[in-house]
Design a protein around this ligand. Sequence first.
Ligand code: GEK
Length: 250
Amino acid sequence: MSQGKDSLFAGEASMIVDFAFDERVAAVFPDMIRRSVPGYSEIVTLTGLLGRRYTAPGSNIYDLGCSLGATTLALRRQIPHADCRIISVDNAEAMAGQCRAHVEADPGTIPVEVRCADIREVAIDNASLVVLNFTLQFLPPEERLPLLERIHAGLRDDGVLVLSEKLDFANDLSQAFHTDLHLDFKRANGYSDLEISRKRSALEQVLVPDTLEQHRERLSWAGFEWVEPWFQCFNFVSLVAFRQRPDLPV
Ligand code: GEK
């Protein structure tokens, strides 16, 4: 993966327009996301474990908004079925190109197809697992339900969606608490207050978070029968959404 250090919002020539997933972001992406998203590495690694448990032989696995392929490779390492196929999609050329290179350099054998495409236009079919790790939040809010409905329709009956997102909070005290700790996390990872505030402005129109309640409601509207948060660190959460309520011994 790229090794560049993220100083995109530090200097004079910093990003002053809306945030975009271009060459400059791709070059520093692993450093940027690790220092900005608490729990990112754990979520990626553990998504692999979810893949081990919930993928079915002969099915498709989708990594939507794959960036440089961290989740794709975590899944490829863990999925126990040689006849599965991973379809990894990102509409940023810079991301999809580097993702393809990482997949080629990886020793895994499960076939991976990297597509440079918009996730709103990708057909979902025969899927046992679909992953949206920190991607849904970048779609315009009104386009989120239609995508989830298409994912639901393309999942097998026992299929699962993993959805990881930055969270908003309806309760002001919760919002203030999590925002403060997220700021502390970024400061502790070496970002200055100026970098943090410039990035916040650049992302304002681009990343629009939902509350956990909004996610639950939307997933239910899309037809998912059972939703469970399995990871939360400050204002970042990961959920599993089952197409059908899982039949577990309880
Ligand atoms: C990871 N999941 O490392 N179609 C396709 N891709 C899109 C779209 C779209 N409509 N909108 C945004 N993206 C990854 C991290 S990053 C999260 C995901 C972040 C892509 C965008 O180009 C970017 O690569 C990715 O979604 C979001 O596990 O940067 O906070």
